[in-house]
Design a protein around this ligand. Structure first.
Ligand code: PEP
Ligand code: MG
Length: 767
């Protein structure tokens, strides 16, 4: 037999049917209502390539140097052609079609399910290859296309880079009945933030795509699992819904008047969802995030994933209290140091004072690093640490950015922590309040270092009587996330953000501990390009197909001067006003060209979600010069999305000319725009109280840029630190910004803030 029914499969069948099918089989086997499906097994794919005699030619074709882009493109084309142009053996054809006939004669969804699930799934088998509404006549072609997706350029490159043999991976294909949902949504079987026995349901009319893509605000229901009572119902105005169009594509329709404000789910349906949630959670033994649909009166479960966002409040609150014997001293008395709370959460651990040249190996799991200022080569130690304290730096310093991305609580800018704290001393730091206390305190967590202790408290930013729902809200304005270190890619993608609004590549380069020139001198141009390709690729992969805005190099010369080769960098009186961003790139076209070659390479590899962003531009002249270098490096500016950061008053005032230069987007770098507009050095503690991104002069520039960009059809965004401030979000959404890109820890709050403002605007427009 070449096909298997879901009932014949369980979680242990990864090798036979791949991860996706195994998890569907597991659910079906537990008696849960999964739409019918069968799987064309991985063995069938293997038999197909062996029995038809294409195996040797296939693996020969992909045996290429994947750094040779022409060879890689040729390999992918040849391998896919071999699969697509080879007839499926009669026995397989008959099995697949007869399973299809047995299931019914309606349209089906056809999905790849790779067998190497310990690898990031999208990378391997083109897992995103899903074909909806497939009819009987096209079924075998779609199955072959899933098989061929094992040999896209991206997949071949990925396996080569990771050292996986091409013939060690197989692929199965799930063929599943389409559910033309009348209602659909998500169910959190337990509270997604606290883990309490409270189920949360979101529901909208039509297919789930409307909820998942954010085109509709769903109803929200809160259910008490113990009493079974529905404790809160919020009925949203649902203007649009997704339905299956005549040609089988998903199309958006307006919701009929009588259903717009109607409650989607009745008591009976909610009770069934609650019961389903109990069964799923009992089966897996942990809270689940479930996608469901109702079709023809039947409730179906489409997918179930563990909820990974639950903090551990019981343990967190308990550990400190018991260690203290319940006694909690007056905090004001023993606050030893204060600084800027730059990465939220509390942590307790032993102090590890690290001076620049110290051996970082002495930092152990769960320690609190205390240092003057972090440098990129400290990142591995920061990952082990429970918390971080620095003497210098502000909200946008390296230490602040990286600790937020790692989820490690941090207090920066304490002035003299390295003098006042001793190695081995136990301390508790509060990354919200910006305090460091000696000893262990309530609410802090030991042994973090894995990011779990950094329980970002939502209420630190939101009014306490209006704590936002932990469920991802749907917004018209896109909410993206900033990433600076590739290691944070998975964590960033898990926020559900609509893409990456800023990927800073300088952190990748600085972490080599060499200036670009020295790196090239020591290792060659190719290695430098590869370094960038590899760093960006991890993030582009984690988010694919969501867009990832990658910024070309922007590090001030003082940071380069600390690296090997730094002696050749200019010594500048004021690096912030000096040789950085696109200025440096235009002045060193041969170095810039290598960065651009990395972009060209990523496009060749199929990362069409990568967008190029130029930092610190002054005027259209900068942009036009960079654009022509892009063209020389083989990047077609008409075909790719690219744009600029608006960080200088000059670029804001001259935005019209920048639009005319052909940009697709402009993104506010408010860290710089504020420092240059107000003449306040962002790293100078003496004037830190004057650093105000909400200053009317800054807002005025931003408002004008948004208006002009709208006239020119250019998207606008913000990726500076101020994106996390509710007042900034309100201002920008009011002005009509296209997207907001916030730090990982702030994404969820920003999504809620955006939704609140959008709802107010909608209400105002109808009143
Ligand atoms: C900014 O200036 O706001 C920005 C996002 O860039 P950076 O902080 O890297 O200068
Ligand atoms: Mg900047």
């Amino acid at each position: 037999m070449h096909t298997l029914w879901l009932a014949e499969i369980g979680a242990d069948d990864l090798d036979r049917v791949g991860g996706k099918a195994a998890s569907l089989g597991e659910l079906a086997g537990a008696g849960l209502p999964v739409p019918s499906a069968f799987v064309v097994s991985a063995g069938t794919y293997r038999a197909f390539i062996e029995d038809t005699g294409i195996e040797a030619a296939l693996f020969d074709a992909v045996d290429v140097d994947s750094d040779d882009s022409a060879a890689l493109a040729g390999a992918a084309e040849r391998a896919q052609e071999l699969i697509l142009e080879t007839e499926v053996p009669t026995a397989v054809r008959e099995d697949v079609l007869s399973a299809y006939d047995e299931m019914g004669d309606g349209p089906v969804a056809v999905r790849s399910s790779a067998t190497a699930e310990d690898l990031p799934d999208a990378s391997f088998a083109g897992q995103q290859d899903t074909y909806l509404n497939v009819e009987r006549a096209d079924l075998l072609d779609r199955v072959k296309e899933c098989w061929a997706s094992l040999f896209t350029q991206r997949a071949i490159y990925y396996r080569n880079e990771q050292g996986f043999a091409h013939d060690a991976v197989d692929i199965a294909v799930v063929v599943q009945e389409m559910v033309d949902a009348e209602k659909s949504g998500v169910l959190f079987t337990s509270h997604p933030s606290t883990g309490e026995p409270t189920a949360i349901v979101e529901a909208a009319w039509g297919l789930g795509e409307a909820v998942v893509s954010g085109t509709v605000s769903p109803d929200n229901y809160v259910l008490d699992r113990e009493s079974g009572e529905v404790t809160k119902v919020t009925v949203a105005e649902k203007r649009v819904m997704c339905v299956r169009g005549e040609d089988g594509q998903t199309v958006e329709r307006s919701v009929p008047d009588e259903k717009r404000d109607a409650q989607v789910l009745d008591e009976g349906e909610l009770a069934r969802l609650l019961e389903l949630g109990e069964r799923v959670e009992a089966h897996y033994g942990s809270p689940q995030d479930v996608e469901w649909a109702i079709y023809d009166g039947e409730l179906y479960l489409l997918q179930s994933r563990p909820i990974t966002t639950i903090d551990d409040p019981v343990e967190a609150a308990g550990s400190g209290a018991s260690a203290d014997g319940g006694a909690m001293a007056d905090q004001s008395e023993d606050v030893r140091l204060s600084g800027i709370g730059s990465s939220p959460g509390k942590a307790t651990g032993a102090v590890r004072v690290v001076h620049k040249l110290d051996n970082l190996d002495k930092v152990e799991q769960g320690d609190i690093i205390v240092t003057e200022m972090t440098t990129p080569d400290m990142v591995p130690a920061m990952k082990r640490a429970a918390g971080l304290v620095t003497d210098q730096g502000g909200m946008t310093s390296h230490a602040a950015i990286v600790s937020r991305e790692l989820g490690v609580p941090a207090v920066v800018g304490t002035d003299d922590a390295t003098d006042r704290l001793r190695d081995g001393q136990p301390v508790t730091i509060d990354g919200d309040m910006g305090t460091v206390q000696v000893g262990k305190r309530e609410g802090a967590t030991d042994e973090s270092g894995d990011g779990t202790a950094a329980a970002p408290s939502a209420d630190a930013r939101a009014p306490t009587d209006q704590q936002p729902s932990p469920v991802k809200p749907m917004t018209g304005t896109e909410v993206k996330v900033n990433v600076s270190i590739p290691e944070a890619a998975e964590r960033a993608a898990a926020t559900g953000a609509d893409g990456v609004g800023l990927l800073r590549i300088e952190h990748m380069i600085l972490s080599t501990d060499k200036t670009p020139a020295r790196y090239v001198e020591d290792h060659g141009e190719r290695a430098y390009v590869d370094e960038i390709v590899e760093g960006v690729r991890g993030v582009a992969e984690a988010f694919y197909p969501r867009p990832v805005r990658v910024r070309t190099l922007d590090a001030p010369s003082d940071e380069f001067r600390q690296l090997q080769g730094g002696e050749d960098e200019p010594a500048e009186h004021n690096p912030m006003l000096g040789y950085r961003g696109v200025r440096r790139s235009l002045d060193r076209p041969e170095e810039f060209e290598l960065e651009l070659r990395a972009f060209a390479r990523l496009y060749e590899l199929g990362y069409d979600n990568v967008e190029l962003m130029l930092p610190l531009v002054t005027d259209a002249e900068d942009v036009l010069r960079a654009k022509s270098l892009m063209q020389e490096a083989g990047i077609d500016p008409e075909k790719r999305d690219w744009g600029v950061m608006v960080e200088t008053p000059a670029s804001a005032l001259g935005i019209e000319k920048l639009c005319e230069a052909g940009i697709d987007f402009a993104s506010f770098g408010t860290n710089d725009l504020t420092q240059y507009t107000l003449a306040v050095d962002r790293n100078n503690g003496n004037v830190a109280d004057r650093f105000d991104e909400l200053h009317p002069a800054v807002l005025d520039l931003m408002g004008r840029v948004i208006a002009t960009c709208r006239e020119h059809g250019v998207a606008t965004s913000i990726c500076g630190q101020a994106a996390s401030k509710p007042e900034m979000v309100q201002f920008l959404v009011d002005e009509g910004v296209s997207s907001i890109s916030a730090n990982i820890d702030a994404v969820r709050d920003v999504q809620h803030e955006v939704k609140r403002v959008e709802q107010r605007l909608l209400l105002e427009s109808v009143r």
